[in-house]
Every structure is written in structure tokens, then in C-alpha cells.
Design a binder for this molecule. Structure first.
Ligand code: ZN
Length: 418
């Protein structure tokens, strides 16, 4: 099994942001990271730690020789992906079909979610205050397409009217609610569920495709491919002299990052502050450290589409398998500046991997990332990077197996400069 296979396992085990954090935390703690609860007193011994806040995670590593004002090297990622989520009141029946009301989270390519075998995942909070992760990895829901005979225009689905999922037939008996079915499966009573964040998830396992398995087809490559590469880099960057490696994985990037755990939150700034204070540092040490720190904000990049090369900037073609991507935008949809670019280019040289440079067509609106948000929040030099993929925001996306290694190697060198 190589890193590409391990990444596919990571993705299949992580159907929601909460699961992505659980999977990452399990990999980190298995290698000696200690999980910290931010409600507790901060550990003052140097070492390797990880903290979760809902669907977000921060991991950091400090050596015994670290000074309180040593800079941080931060790899950023996001744990959420566009999908279809359950509405609060979601049970309805129509002409014998039992239906669960769904709505889009973020900007999914809606058509790709139709006619798929969907399971359900997320978290529920119970009456006793406890929180459960749930994951039914079986095809229970399906959003059927409309037959072409009933819609000759094959227009794209309407977000309010066309996305509910069928999950059974009404029959004669008492109609069970979806939550009571889920509770029976997952071991809780529906009456005890006071809050939930539940989402659908494609049950088709990730796969190696193409000749020799050179391609990877999987859900959530944007941006769990970065989460995986970031965890690999964090595991490799142990006892680094003079810099302190940090991995931050934010929830809610796909919906603007404004929440208690998104990139606009205090999460990263608070963790860095507590790390400095616990090392015996002052507020001045914190500001010295941040001023010298650099963040590589990782998010997936658009490889040149073989059927639509016209949608790409002709001087900035991006190859699948061609190595990590530096993302530059003059209007700061990406945070990349010359200083951050130089540091990341050096990391790629150190890792021995090629670097591709991406610029969006000037006549198309460019998507954004956590890069500019996190840079503004922390004041840290930030460089937007990624790995190339196709079909971003599809229920099933594509990247090259070789880029998993390239990406992890570049992020490792970035966290642990020679
Ligand atoms: Zn993304």
C-alpha cells in the first residue's frame, strides 16, 4: 500500500468534517501526539499535541530546544466539502414514496449528486449533552433524476424543489421518521436527539482508476487530499530546530469561514498564543513569532481539463501528476505574495518535486480559499498552494496518484526546512 492508497482510506473513513478530524487525530495520536481539550489548562511541556474544535483541528509540535519567540510554519487546509444536508424538518411522503428533505451545503455540482447511492454521516447531540458521530455507509438515500422524456431541456436541478432523497415506500404501517431509523442503527433514541448536523455521503468507495491505477477517483479530494498530506507532513516533521510546525484544518471554508471554528475564527490565533505563553513567553514573544512565521494554505487546484482547455489561462497550464501548484491572484482571491512564494518554491526544491504555477483566466471569476482570510486574521505571510485535480465540487473528483506523494513531500519540507 502506498500513500495514494492510504489517502483513499483516509477519505473513505471521513464522510463529514467531524470524521475528517477524528481520522486525522487518530493518525496523529497513534504516532505519539497528545490530544488536548481547550477547556483544560494548557500543557506547558514541549511536545506534540492535537486539539479538535468540532469539525476543525490544530496540531503542533515544539522541540525541547524551542524558544518562545521561534517562528511557526503552518500548513492550512479545510475539512468540509460541498454536499447535500438534512433539513431540520425533513420527513415527508408523496404518492407512496418516503422522502428526506435535503439542501445544498456550499456549491456542489448538483447534477453529480443525482442517481447516486447515498449514505448519511455527521453528528448528533443528545439530551444528556453527549455528542455522537454517526455514519451509515450503506445506500439508503437516492435523489433520482427526472426522465429525459419529462424534461427535454435537462436544466440543472432547483435547490429547493429537486434535491430531496427517496429512502423507502410508505406501505401501510406506521411511518417511521428518518431520525428514528438512524437512531436504531446507531444506538440512540430519536427523542433524545436535540441537535444534529447530518449530511449525505456517496457510498461508492474511492478507487484507483486509469492504466496502472495512475488516477484516483474519490469524493472530497477538495480538500481532504490536503488534510491527508498535511497530516503526513506533520508526522514527518518531528523535532524541527528553530521553527514550530503547525497543521490547522478548518471547517466551513465552503460557506465563507465565518463561525466559531472557521478560518475567520480565533482558533489558530488562540492556539498559537497559548503555545507561546505556555513556553514562558510574553505577548511580545507571540508577536515576534507571528511576524517571522509563514503559512502554506493548502487547497486543491484546477488541472487543465482535457475537454475544456479553453477555460484555462494559456500560459499557466496545470498537469495532473505534475506536482504541487502555487496559486497566484492579483485581486487576492489567493494570499500568495513573492515572499511566501520563495519559501514554498524552496520547500519544493528541498523535496525534489516540481512546482507548477497557476493563474486563473482574467475573464473568469476566481474562487477563494482560507489563505487570505487566515492571513488577515493572523498577520502571517501566506502562500496559497494545492495539488492538481479535475471536477472540483463534483460528488466524485479526480487527481493523479503521483501527486499525493509530491504534495506530502513538499508540505513536509515546508514544515521542516533544511
Ligand atoms: Zn477547497
Amino acid at each position: 500500500m502506498d500513500d495514494a492508497d492510504r489517502m483513499l482510506q483516509f477519505i473513505d473513513a471521513s464522510p463529514s468534517p467531524f470524521h475528517a478530524c477524528a481520522t486525522a487525530a487518530a493518525m496523529l495520536t497513534a504516532d505519539g501526539f497528545v490530544e488536548v481539550d481547550e477547556r483544560d489548562a494548557w500543557p506547558d511541556a514541549p511536545g506534540r499535541y492535537v486539539l479538535r474544535r468540532g469539525g476543525s483541528l490544530v496540531a503542533w509540535s515544539t522541540a525541547a530546544s524551542s524558544a518562545a519567540h521561534d517562528p511557526f510554519r503552518v500548513v492550512g487546509a479545510h475539512t468540509d466539502s460541498p454536499n447535500l444536508r438534512l433539513k431540520q424538518h425533513h420527513d415527508r411522503t408523496l404518492d407512496g414514496a418516503r422522502v428526506v428533505a435535503l439542501e445544498p451545503y456550499g456549491g456542489p455540482l448538483l447534477g453529480t449528486w443525482l442517481d447516486r447511492d447515498l449514505g448519511v454521516a455527521g453528528r448528533v447531540v443528545l439530551r444528556d449533552g453527549s455528542e455522537r458521530l454517526v455514519h451509515v455507509d450503506e445506500p439508503v438515500l437516492r435523489v433520482p433524476n427526472l426522465a429525459i422524456h419529462l424534461d427535454r431541456e435537462t436544466s440543472s436541478p432547483d435547490k429547493q424543489r429537486h434535491l430531496d432523497g427517496v429512502w423507502g415506500l410508505q406501505g401501510r404501517g406506521e411511518a417511521r421518521s428518518f431520525l428514528s431509523w438512524l437512531g436504531e442503527r446507531e444506538g440512540f433514541a430519536a427523542d433524545d436527539v436535540l441537535g444534529f448536523e447530518l449530511m449525505t455521503t456517496d457510498t461508492q468507495p474511492s478507487a484507483r482508476t486509469g492504466v496502472d491505477g495512475a488516477l484516483l477517483a474519490a469524493p472530497r479530494l477538495d480538500n481532504q487530499a490536503t488534510c491527508f498530506a498535511g497530516v503526513r507532513a506533520m508526522l514527518a516533521a518531528d523535532e524541527v530546530p528553530d521553527v514550530r510546525p503547525v497543521l490547522v484544518m478548518f471547517d466551513h471554508e465552503e460557506v465563507g469561514s465565518t463561525s466559531e471554528r472557521g478560518a475567520q475564527s480565533d482558533l489558530l490565533a488562540t492556539v498559537l498564543e497559548r503555545v507561546v505563553l505556555a513556553a514562558g513567553g510574553t505577548r511580545d514573544d507571540l508577536h515576534r513569532a507571528v511576524a517571522a512565521s509563514i503559512c502554506a494554505s493548502g487547497d486543491m487546484a484546477h488541472a487543465t481539463h482535457p475537454n475544456r482547455p479553453d477555460r484555462h489561462e494559456p500560459l499557466h497550464r496545470i498537469e495532473l501528476g505534475g506536482g504541487p501548484v502555487l496559486k497566484v491572484n492579483q485581486n487576492l482571491r489567493y494570499a500568495t505574495d513573492a515572499r511566501g512564494t520563495a519559501v514554498f518554491a524552496q520547500a519544493c526544491e528541498q523535496a525534489g518535486v516540481p512546482l507548477q504555477r497557476y493563474v486563473h483566466r482574467a475573464d473568469l471569476p476566481c474562487g477563494s480559499t482560507i489563505g487570505p482570510i487566515s492571513a488577515a486574521r493572523t498577520g502571517m505571510t501566506t502562500v496559497d498552494v494545492g495539488a492538481p485535480q479535475l471536477a472540483m465540487h463534483s460528488a466524485r473528483e479526480v487527481m493523479a496518484a503521483a501527486d499525493v506523494d509530491h504534495y506530502a513531500a513538499a508540505l513536509t519540507a515546508f514544515l521542516a526546512p533544511a
